[in-house]
Design a protein around this ligand. Structure first.
Ligand code: SF4
Length: 378
């Protein structure tokens, strides 16, 4: 297979994007093209590709004997974005990233280095052949390549494993030493990010595409749990405890960089009350040091972990005592007051009670005083 054909197989490659645009300059043109009989197979292949992602099976890369095969991936993305389920997008990102990683493993380092340069503008250098690397200290000989520090940071912070942590990497004058398999992982991780971050305006769809969308939607019903995401409303926000309200306002205004503890508390709280990870990310998107990849990583990390002893996904937000120690409780600091804070131990407890009061229209808080067990004194 020629190297151009090999590069075309990777949907994120410059070559694949250029070939797609040559056939259909935008999504409207793609939809029109797919209505032509000779391109109908693309819709079928794209539907199969989405179905494989939905069922967490391996997706199949097309042979690329026909250059129009490059349209299968954008059509699969179109189907998923039309359905608009974040869980389906996440499954697609996972399946596409996994297959890219598997396919990259079959390619030689020269082609993969080219792919990095032309697709992401990453700077990768070889550490030399075995005889050259044999001159290096023993612990460095297994690293076949090095990547520019800032390119590494585009993806590595989103990986959970400790080995990706910067303190565990060998850094040499702005370059990070990596193994070839690690480079494949970084590339497929970047591809995953691109799928997760990609949003586009959906043009009117043709009948054939609508049928595919409906088929995948019907399949999704049994396979994806539909949870109504919480949309932040004024009523909901008015049930926030003073600590969360302050962090939330500061974050939206983007006036200050929230501390790590504050970001964690706010993200864990918002996720626990049922806000979508995408929405939570937006809350942080105005922070002066905004680093979209890092914010996405942190929010996803908090959303995917479990607190000790909890069956639910997502860390529990820290309790009041911890927030007080970290100077994040305005009631403890004496700058704000809410009588409910004396009776709860966790911002979530505050939120549940205040939300209940709001739904019942209870404005008189004197009933707290009838409770004998004050849990905190300020
Ligand atoms: S007492 Fe707890 S809930 Fe109330 S503001 Fe302080 S940390 Fe938040």
């Amino acid at each position: 297979m020629s190297s151009r054909l090999q590069l075309l197989r990777f949907p994120f490659s410059f070559e694949a994007r250029q070939a797609s645009q040559k056939l259909a300059r935008d999504l409207g043109a793609l939809v029109s093209l797919l209505d032509r009989p000779e391109y109908q197979y693309i819709v079928k292949e794209a539907q199969d590709r989405v179905y494989a992602a939905l069922t967490q099976s391996q997706i199949r890369y097309p042979s690329m004997e026909n250059e129009s095969d490059v349209l299968i991936y954008p059509t699969a993305r179109l189907i998923v974005e039309k359905i608009g389920l974040p869980q389906l997008r996440a499954l697609q990102a996972e399946a596409e990233s996994k297959e890219a990683n598997r396919q990259l493993g079959k390619e030689d380092s020269g082609l993969v280095t080219t792919l990095c340069k032309t697709s992401f503008n990453w700077n990768i250098k070889s550490m030399g052949d075995i005889s050259e690397r044999a001159k290096l200290p023993l612990m460095l000989r297994t690293y076949e390549m090095r990547i520019l520090f800032e390119n590494y940071l585009e993806v590595a912070p989103s990986f959970h494993s400790e080995e990706w942590n910067l303190i565990n990497r060998h850094l040499d004058k702005g370059w990070i030493l990596i193994r070839r398999s690690e480079l494949d992982r970084l590339i497929s991780g970047k591809f995953r990010q691109l799928v997760m971050q990609g949003r586009f305006d959906i043009p009117p769809m043709s009948q054939r595409l609508i049928e595919s969308v409906q088929r995948i939607e019907a399949e999704s019903k049994g396979k994806i749990r539909h949870v109504e995401p919480v949309k932040m409303t004024e009523t909901l926000a008015s049930a926030f405890p003073p600590c969360i309200q302050r962090m939330y306002d500061q974050s939206l205004k983007g006036a200050v960089n929230l501390s790590h503890d504050a970001r964690f508390a706010l993200a864990a709280f918002l996720l626990k009350i049922g806000m979508e990870a995408d929405e939570v990310q937006k809350v942080f998107s105005n922070s002066p040091d905004r680093n979209i990849s890092l914010i996405e990583y942190q929010v996803r990390h908090i959303a995917s972990k479990r607190s000790m002893g909890s069956d639910d996904e997502g860390y529990n937000p820290p309790g009041c005592k911890k927030l007080q120690v970290n100077n994040l409780c305005p009631v403890y600091l004496g700058t704000e007051f809410d009588p409910l804070c004396e009776y709860i131990l966790n911002p979530l407890g505050f939120y549940q009670t205040r939300a209940w009061e709001l739904t019942k229209g209870i404005e008189d808080h004197s009933w707290y005083a009838k409770k004998r067990d004050k849990k905190q004194n300020f």
